[in-house]
Design a protein around this ligand. Structure first.
Ligand code: PGA
Ligand code: ZN
Length: 427
């Protein structure tokens, strides 16, 4: 007999920044409960699904989510009662239709995504298998290479650096456990280096250090030094990935790359990245240009796509339609995947398929506001994504995902795979 949803509940809980978010429970007839919690971005793309915040300045500066919680407890609970939790697409369709807007703003993308993910968890419980296997079947065996954000700038760190994320990616690792060790050792060396040079070692929203460095080159050089002092070889064992999050410093056709007011055109930005690629072991650049600069993205892609991975985040917002448009215009060669950007699990999987059909790579991603929920770790393995970005080597909301990947790696045992997506063919 198929499992049935008995009720759906939700509550207001706090995320890693201490702001409210929605946690949803999908309860089955059997008594099992699938639970999931919505993450929240700070440098959000304009076309993301719209989260619902109460706007009452007396509670959490307007960031409360009691209305979204109420929507789950009433309208959503009524619509899902009696449904089979393993019919993920049908349930996601019900949520989309019930909301009735194009951006999930009526019921709230935060309400919808929490329920959608909780449904997947309930489905996995009903099927009696772990989430990655439930979503991905027996072929789900690839552990993702992590990109770890060790220096935070932009909106995640009070704008010490204009560019948002300086990440390390342990390409030389042969297992998740080894990747974590290499990255952690480098992270702690970086801390020592910053300390020695008189910088504070407090961390930003994603657990990377947030020093007031004079330039992005300064950040890149410190990371390379940290990799070396940890005993690894930059470019062979550990490479660098960037997410400048350029939409955040773009206005009127120009990029303001530092606090002195230096402005650059799309062409000049592309030239800057080209120079960096020649100088530093950079394998991936995400959001190197703004979500509003599609023609700039065409140039950037044409110039750099045979050299590095070019990831679209704000420009695609995990939306299959925008990804399709990007593919048509030859923009980027990889897609960042965030479940709450589009708002349901099924649409996320469709976005991944759309990217894959055009030979674009996929990188599963956290948000800067996270919780202890490890959904994306299972998702990355389920779709054999090959890459994940889920923060630095401290702060438990980040580490929880890495620890979950370690559990999955152990569970898959000899079937677990770990590959370097940046390995040159034959090299
Ligand atoms: P966000 O940042 O979660 O604040 O949007 C992450 C990113 O830009 O990739
Ligand atoms: Zn990004």
């Amino acid at each position: 007999m198929a499992a049935k949803i008995k009720n759906v509940n939700a509550r207001e809980v706090l995320d890693s920044r201490g702001f409210p978010t929605v946690q949803a429970d999908v309860m089955l007839d059997s008594g099992s409960v699938g639970r999931a919690t919505a993450p929240a971005g700070a440098s959000t793309g304009k076309r993301e699904a719209s989260e619902l915040r109460d706007g009452d300045p007396k509670r959490y500066s307007g960031k409360g989510v009691l209305q979204a919680v109420h929507n789950v407890q009433t309208e959503i609970a009524r619509a899902l009662a009696g449904q089979d939790p393993t019919q993920q697409e049908k349930i996601d369709r019900t949520l989309i239709d019930l909301d009735g807007t194009g951006n999930k703003g009526r019921l709230g993308a935060n309400a919808i995504v929490a329920v959608s993910m909780a449904t997947a968890r309930a489905g996995a419980l009903a099927a009696g298998v772990p989430l990655y296997k439930y979503l991905g079947g027996n072929e789900a065996t690839l552990l993702p290479l992590p990109m770890m954000n060790v220096i935070n700038g932009g909106r995640h760190a009070d704008r010490a650096l204009v560019m948002q994320e300086f990440m390390i990616t342990p390409i030389g690792a042969s297992a998740m456990s080894q990747a974590l060790r290499m990255a952690s050792e480098t992270f702690h060396r970086l801390k020592t280096l910053l300390n020695q040079r008189g910088y504070p070692t407090s961390v930003g929203d994603e657990g990377g250090f947030a020093p007031s460095l004079s330039s992005p080159e300064n950040a890149l050089e410190l990371i390379i030094e940290a990799i070396e002092t940890a005993g690894y070889k930059p470019g062979r064992d550990i490479s660098i990935a960037l997410d400048p999050a350029a939409s955040e410093f773009y206005s009127e056709g120009k990029y303001e790359v530092d606090k002195n007011g230096t402005q650059k055109s799309s062409q000049a930005m592309t030239a800057l990245y080209s120079r960096w690629i020649r100088t530093y072991p950079i394998v991936s650049i995400e959001d190197g240009l703004s979500e509003d600069d599609w023609s700039g993205w065409e140039i950037l892609t044409e110039k750099l796509s045979d050299k590095i991975q070019i990831v679209g985040d704000d420009i695609f917002v995990t939306d299959p339609e925008l990804i399709r448009k990007g593919i048509e215009r030859r923009i980027a060669n990889a897609v960042l995947i965030k479940v709450n950007q589009i708002g349901t699990v099924s649409e996320t999987i469709k976005a991944i398929q759309t990217a894959r059909d055009a030979n674009y790579r996929v990188v599963i991603s956290h948000r800067s506001g996270e919780t202890e929920d490890t959904f994306i770790a299972d998702l990355a393995v389920a779709v054999n994504a090959g890459q994940i970005k889920t923060g630095s080597l401290c702060r438990s909301e980040r580490i929880a995902k890495y620890n979950r990947l370690l559990e999955i790696e152990e569970e898959l045992s000899t079937r677990a795979q770990f590959l370097n997506p940046f390995a040159k063919a034959g090299g």
